[in-house]
Design a protein around this ligand. Sequence first.
Ligand code: NI
Length: 195
Amino acid sequence: MSPRARRLALPLLALAIGVIALGTAIYVTLLPRGGSSVSIGGPFALTAGDGRTVSDRDLRGAPYLVFFGFTHCPDVCPTKLFQLSEVLRAMGDGGQKVRALFITVDPERDTPAIMKSYVSSFDERIVGLTGDREAIDKVVRDFRAFAKKVPTKDGDYTMEHTGLVYLMGKDGQFIGSFNLERPPEEAAKDLLRRV
Ligand code: NI
C-alpha cells in the first residue's frame, strides 16, 4: 500500500462504517413492528357536532368504524353512510356502544354544525367529526388515508378521498378494512363478534 493510500484508508473505512450504520438504522426504523404491516390509526382529538371533543380514548371499550369523507360529496359518502346506518340498525341492542366516525377531509366547509346536521339524517351512532386543517391532516396521515382538493370548472372544488371503512377494535387497534358490500345483517354479525 502506498503512503497515500494508507492515509486515505482510515477515513474511507470510517466513512464506510458510518454508511452501514446509518443504513441499518433506517432499515430497522422502517421495519414493521412485531412483523405485522405498518401501523394504522393513532391518537386523535377532533370536534363533534355539539362542540365537544372526541378522542380515540373516549372510544375505547367498544369496536368502532372510521370513514373519511365530506358533506359536499355527491354520491360515495351518502351511500356509505346509508350502508353504515343499515349495519348499525341490524346490530340491534347488542351494538348500542358501537360508533361509526365520519371524519371530514374538508374542514374549511364542514364546520361542527354542518357535520351535525348532515349526520342527523343517518343513525345516531354515526358521529361527524371535524377539526382544524392540521388536526385533520394528521388523522388522515395516521390512517394512511388519502384526501386531495380538486378544483371544479365553476371555480369551486371537490375532494378526492379514501373510500375505505376502517374497523378498530375495542382496544383502539386497527383490525382491518370493514366490508359494507354485503347484507347488513352479515356485516352486523361481524361487528357484534368484536363487542
Ligand atoms: Ni365522498
